[in-house]
Design a protein. Structure first.
Length: 76
């Protein structure tokens, strides 16, 4: 009985493991394609809070590429 219950639990959990692996692969691919270079840029070019010029321009360019309007000045 215990063996049957354990086998049922393993079989029930298998799709979750497969989804986790697929999600991990998708996140790694997105990081490699987009986020890695972005994080590297931010760490190599730090800007003071409230005085982000390169960051704002980079974000605006990214938004424009996605078809979204963005401003590069603060909304004060």
């Amino acid at each position: 009985m215990l063996t049957t219950a354990m086998a049922a639990l393993v079989l029930a959990a298998t799709p979750a493991f497969a989804q986790d692996a697929a999600l991990r692969t998708a996140v790694e691919a997105d990081y490699d394609a987009n986020l890695g270079a972005l994080f590297d840029h931010f760490h190599r070019n730090p800007e003071l809070s409230g005085m982000e010029t390169q960051t704002a321009e980079r974000r605006a360019a990214s938004c424009a590429k996605a078809g979204v309007a963005a401003r590069t000045s603060a909304a004060i």
